[in-house]
Design a protein around this ligand. Structure first.
Ligand code: HEC
Length: 103
């Protein structure tokens, strides 16, 4: 019981530390090697985050669309079998936000 409380306390501390975006989303993007095809600013095999952010500017459904794309993979534009990401819904939403906030 004491141990569970200690873990819960440690967890609370971690989740309070730092701004919401600098963390899990960036780690997952690095770990999943998204940068093989995407970088923040340069178009490689896939579009840069910044150009995706421009494309979806002012479209409120963008975050949901990207979230579903990352969760389910499959056809994305001309990419027939886009990479799918195994992470919690919360982390996938954070990745979508990271992409859409790129400049
Ligand atoms: C093998 C190359 C490749 C990898 C690896 C890859 N992508 Fe992509 N991605 C693409 C291509 C190509 C497109 C563009 C498809 C099109 O619009 O025709 C794309 C499009 C996207 C889009 C824009 C979708 C839209 O609606 O315009 C997002 C967001 C995205 N990728 C996120 C990611 C993330 C996050 C990862 C890492 C988990 C990742 N991609 C890994 C190739 C890749």
């Amino acid at each position: 019981m004491k141990l569970a409380l200690a873990i819960a306390a440690a967890f609370a501390t971690v989740s309070l530390a730092g701004p919401a975006l600098a963390g899990p989303a960036e780690d997952i993007v690095a770990k999943e090697k998204c940068n093989k095809c995407h970088t923040e600013k340069t178009t490689k095999k896939g579009p840069s985050w910044a150009s995706i952010a421009v494309k979806y500017k002012g479209k409120p459904e963008a975050a949901e669309k990207i979230f579903l794309q990352l969760k389910n993979g499959g056809q994305v534009g001309d990419e027939e079998d886009h990479k799918k990401v195994k992470a919690s819904d919360e982390d996938l939403k954070a990745i979508a936000a990271l992409v859409l906030s790129a400049k």
